[in-house]
Ligand binder design. Structure first.
Ligand SMILES: Cc1ncc(COP(=O)(O)O)c(C=O)c1O
Length: 451
């Protein structure tokens, strides 16, 4: 090795050590903020060595929940954090829904309901799906669940197990892969690129299914968390053509339509409405995002009655039924005039436009998809990787960048790696303009300071 090579190697090792020290310091700072908030009793207690299940150790904690918890802990320790990491609408639920919630209590409607949900709510869901998505379901084809996430979980658990593959497209919603693993199945992800607008072409889908013949179910999120892209009826029809080929007829599709009411310019496509797909499609939706009712924990799935029966068998053993009070309020939510949702969408569109413009003005940032739905954008920030912070640490990926942003700019975003795309970071823009402006300004400063 020449003297120059030796010197280069020494410098590289020194840089690596500096980066490792800096990341450790950042992590320690975050953890100690959390610890300082722990109760005195908890602080003194030494952790018992519990032997947790194999299932627990085989799944990753939710990346978004982890960041959210850290932010809450830092805030509780007195740090002022600007957070754009949580996927929660900032608008309140319609006032009629809040009144109906009180009404349910006053009328004593707080007992168990049928496992699949009250007839009133299932009828209202059927009517809503018929009116807005032009799909017809009977009440025996609906199961009300404790949030949309639980509907996904129960459907995967009912249909997939050891030996089966559950396919998702990256960047994906963090829970899909882990739910597949919890069911004992394997998760397989189809990668996409920023250049293709994170879209999987029908040809790519055909190829992915050919390479993974054990695929039992595909989970698609439309509009997408985390990219904000929307699959049109045309794209879904092309996917359906692939799925209807003889070799793919065993594949089921779970459409997570939880953000469906929040679509801007591209009309949201409904897979269950594509001819020939209804009986193979499980549509999941809920009240968290559309009506700002996240804490009501209410969702549903619409599917073939045999699938609903299977899911109900599991739900009956897991949580019996969703909250009776919330189900009563949800009937009112479905009567909300369309103009209410249009107002929410119009306000969200302004936030999207502001955030996209701010991101596009930042160094080394591209916005491959201008969100067409939901309230997330996933800018590609990878041109900043390999650069150094003022303290000399090298940013090697989305986790480094988000930790640096949190520790030195008190701003929380979720690393794209949590969604299977390390080149990006997820910005959740469902918050007030002041917070958005401040967060964008801090991210800009953070990126501009990298060299
Ligand atoms: C894609 C997606 N599906 C499901 C959920 C969970 O919805 P719910 O609150 O109805 O369980 C979320 C929440 O962030 C989501 O982003």
């Amino acid at each position: 090795m020449s003297a120059a090579d030796t010197q280069a190697l020494e410098e590289a090792l020194e840089k690596q050590a500096r980066l490792a020290a800096e990341i450790t310091a950042l992590r320690t700072r975050i953890e100690s903020a959390a610890d300082s908030n722990a109760s005195p009793a908890k602080k003194q207690k030494t952790e018992p060595a519990f032997r947790f299940s194999k299932l627990l150790t085989s799944i990753k904690p939710s990346g978004t929940v982890m960041v959210f918890n850290k932010v809450k802990q830092m805030q509780a320790a007195g740090e002022k954090i600007v957070s754009l990491c949580v996927g929660e609408p900032d608008y309140p639920a319609p006032k009629e829904v809040l009144a109906a919630t009180k009404d349910a209590v006053d009328k004593g409607m707080y007992r168990y309901t049928s496992v699949v949900g009250t007839v009133e709510l299932r009828e209202a869901i059927c009517a809503d799906l018929k009116r807005r998505k032009k799909v017809e379901y009977g009440t025996d084809e609906i199961m009300v669940s404790v949030g949309a996430k639980q509907a996904v979980f129960v459907a995967v658990l009912a249909l997939c197990g050891p030996g089966d593959l559950v396919m998702t497209f990256a960047p994906y919603y963090v829970s899909y892969t882990e739910i597949a693993v919890m069911a004992g199945a394997e998760a397989v992800t189809v990668p996409t690129t920023p250049e293709s607008g994170f879209e999987v072409s029908p040809e790519q889908l055909a190829q992915a299914l050919k390479e993974n013949p054990r695929t039992k179910m595909i989970i698609l999120c439309n509009p997408s968390n985390p990219t904000g892209s929307v699959m049109s009826a045309e794209l879904l029809t092309q996917y359906a053509e692939v799925l209807q080929r003889p070799e793919n007829r065993h594949v089921l599709v779970l459409m997570d339509d939880i953000y469906e009411a929040l679509a801007y310019d591209t009309e949201h496509g409904c897979m269950a409405a594509v001819p020939g797909m209804n009986s193979r499609c499980i549509t999941v939706n809920g009240f968290s995002k559309s009506y700002g009712m996240t804490g009501y924990r209410l969702g549903y799935l619409a599917a073939d009655s045999q699938i609903v029966k299977a899911c109900a068998k599991l739900q009956g053993q897991i949580n019996t039924c969703a909250s009776a009070i919330c189900q009563h309020a949800a009937v009112t939510a479905l009567q909300t005039p369309d103009s209410w949702m249009s107002d929410m969408v119009a306000t969200m569109r302004k936030k999207r436009d502001m955030v996209v413009a701010a991101l596009r003005a930042m160094p080394g940032v591209k916005v491959p998809v201008v969100p067409q739905g939901a309230f997330y954008v996933m800018p590609d920030v990878s041109a900043n990787y390999g650069k150094k912070t003022a303290a000399g640490a090298i940013i090697n990926g989305s986790t480094d960048l988000c930790l640096h942003l949190l520790a030195d700019y008190s701003t929380a975003l979720v690393p794209g790696i949590a969604f299977g795309f390390d080149g990006g970071i997820r910005v959740a823009y469902a918050t007030d303009m002041e917070t958005l402006t401040e967060a964008m300004s801090r991210l800009h400063k953070c990126l501009a300071a990298l060299s």
